[in-house]
Design a binder for this molecule. Structure first.
Ligand code: FES
Ligand code: FES
Length: 160
């Protein structure tokens, strides 16, 4: 099948790839770029395990066709936030609050939480529930996950 050449910015670096028309962004970042934090859960846009930031908004990378990426698109995965202070705060709060069970949903949960706290430094319980409504935890650890996001917001405010 014909391959399509694309170029976009991935974790701060310009990258190029040849992709088939049906390849998803999730497949591209996991297979070609070996960035495996984002997970494939449902593959249908229902679980949020594949969440990455695209142009500063959380997206389900399983629904995004790689061939639709354009030069100005900027994709950030958790690997690209490794040294980011806010992501470290979020991840530490998840650990401290015991919010991680099997861990499968956690990359998506933390990426969505990161975006929430980036845009809202003092989220209410409703804000947190709403932000995480597209992320499913098959271990059903929602209360602790929500508590972790609340704690991360407090920790972040205290650090300022
Ligand atoms: S794998 Fe993308 S939303 Fe479930
Ligand atoms: S911790 Fe297991 S799916 Fe969420």
């Amino acid at each position: 099948m014909a391959q399509i050449k694309i170029s976009f910015v991935l974790n701060g670096n310009r990258v190029e790839a040849s992709v088939s028309p049906e390849m998803t962004l999730l497949e591209l970042i996991r297979r070609d770029f070996r960035l495996t934090a984002a997970k494939e859960g449902c593959g249908k846009g229902e679980c949020g395990a594949c969440t990455v930031l695209m142009n500063n908004e959380p997206v389900n990378s399983c629904l995004k066709l790689a061939a639709s990426l354009v030069e100005s698109d900027e994709v950030i995965t958790i690997e690209g936030l490794d040294k980011d202070g806010l992501m470290q705060t979020v991840q530490q709060a998840f650990i401290n609050e015991g919010a991680v069970q099997c861990g499968f949903c956690i990359p998506g949960m933390t990426m969505t939480s990161y975006h929430l706290l980036k845009t809202n430094s003092a989220p209410t319980e409703h804000d947190i529930k709403q932000a995480l409504s597209g992320n499913i935890c098959r271990c059903t650890g929602y209360r602790k996950i929500e508590a972790a996001v609340k704690k991360a917001a407090e920790d972040r405010r205290n650090k300022k």
